[in-house]
Ligand binder design. Structure first.
Ligand code: PMP
Length: 367
């Protein structure tokens, strides 16, 4: 009998879509799979009691004698309302610096794995990688301080599974500019590890946030901070938005009470008064425009880079001399020359109108 037409008896097994859980389990440092996280007094009892004799605290009420909420739920509820992200997808750290370190500790195998970054960029990626004994792979920014997407992805594929984390800082510190959204998207889609989009300065930029991409991209972590636009640098409040699976793992490895009670309260207060923050941002942006225009008129400044953040980077051939002279007048700016292979660069944070006038007067005398 001639063979009949081929029939497919069984559908090929469907490949399950990578959920946040699958992805983080494939990236995790294997020894963490057997971790039993610390169970703090405040995480074991969640309700309201009349008598607290569970945490070895001092019983005399003084405002600070009780441990804070280890999961910062009120703060996360406020953040959830502002950013439209589920509470379970929000991690709060002792500054975003803590989130940077925890992400490395979570998936970076010391002595084996690598972190990719695009210099010149924020210095803590390098320091945290060194602390965690992770190799740092640099793929410098290209023209106009934009990511060289092809080079980054080529490097990542060369490194294979060792390429665990890619840091994408937009607006970038110290260059101040936003990266083009399609570049960032290509990086998120093309990189197999976690892509950390650090948006510490996004409140000063007109570019939309990346949190909207979280639901479609389980390898995305978006960092934000209350240290900049929200004026809470001293409170140390950083936020990581990520899949619920990543957030659960970050919570599992963080110190039990990583965000203090006074800091949580300060965060809540500032988030409840968004209008004040918006006004301050408006003032800072007006001052940024003025500062950029004036800096452009100085002879001793070769280039004023366009800024999408609350600072302005300038190429200043005599950066070291200018830096010292400004310090002599009680004005401290950031000398970024070492990040530009010895070519003089100064970074000016936008201050109050009065502070900026003082800076400009001092620079005029130097120029
Ligand atoms: N990311 C970038 C790009 C920064 O510039 C900074 C602070 N300078 C941070 C993160 C850390 O911020 P935090 O105060 O939240 O630790």
């Amino acid at each position: 009998m001639p063979p009949g037409p081929l029939t497919i008896l069984q559908m090929p097994e469907a490949i399950p879509a990578a959920t946040g859980e699958d992805l983080i389990l494939s990236l995790l440092r294997p020894h963490l799979l057997s971790l039993k996280p610390y169970s703090s007094a405040r995480s074991e009892f969640d309700g309201r009691a009349e008598v607290y004799l569970d945490a070895n605290e001092n019983p005399f009420e003084g405002g600070y004698n009780r441990y804070p909420d280890p999961l910062q739920r009120d703060l996360k509820t406020a953040l959830s309302g502002i950013h439209g992200v589920d509470v379970e997808s929000i991690f709060v750290g002792n500054g975003s610096d803590e989130a940077i370190d925890l992400l490395m500790r979570l998936i970076g195998r010391p002595g084996r794995d690598c972190i990719l970054q695009m210099p010149p960029t924020y210095g803590m990626y390098k320091v945290s990688a060194a602390i965690n004994n992770l190799a740092l792979v640099d793929v410098p920014l290209g023209a106009d301080f934009q990511p060289d997407v092809r080079q980054v992805l080529a490097k990542a594929s060369e490194l294979g599974e060792q390429a665990k984390l890619l840091f994408v800082c937009t607006p970038n510190n110290p260059t101040g500019n936003d990266f083009k959204r399609d570049h960032v998207l290509s990086l998120i889609e093309g990189f197999d590890g976690l892509v950390v989009v650090d948006q510490a300065y996004s409140d000063f930029s007109s570019a939309p946030s990346y949190v909207d991409l979280l639901s479609d991209h389980p390898n995305l972590v978006v960092l934000q901070t209350l240290s900049k636009a929200y004026g809470l640098a001293s409170a140390r409040l950083g936020v990581a938005f990520a899949s619920t699976a990543i957030v659960r793992w970050l919570n599992a490895i963080k110190p039990p009470y990583n965000v203090s009670g006074p800091s949580q309260a300060a965060g809540l207060e500032v988030l409840r008064d968004e209008a004040r923050t918006r006004l301050q941002i408006k003032d800072i942006l007006t001052e940024r425009t003025r500062l950029e225009a004036e800096l452009n008129s100085f002879e001793g400044i070769e280039q004023v880079y366009p800024s999408d953040s609350n600072f302005v980077l300038c190429r200043v051939p005599r950066a070291d001399t200018w830096y010292a002279a400004l310090v002599g007048q009680g004005i401290v700016v950031r000398n970024q020359t070492s990040k530009f292979e010895g070519v003089g660069h100064l970074r000016f944070t936008v201050g109050t109108a009065e502070e900026n006038v003082r800076l400009l007067e001092a620079l005029r005398a130097l120029s």
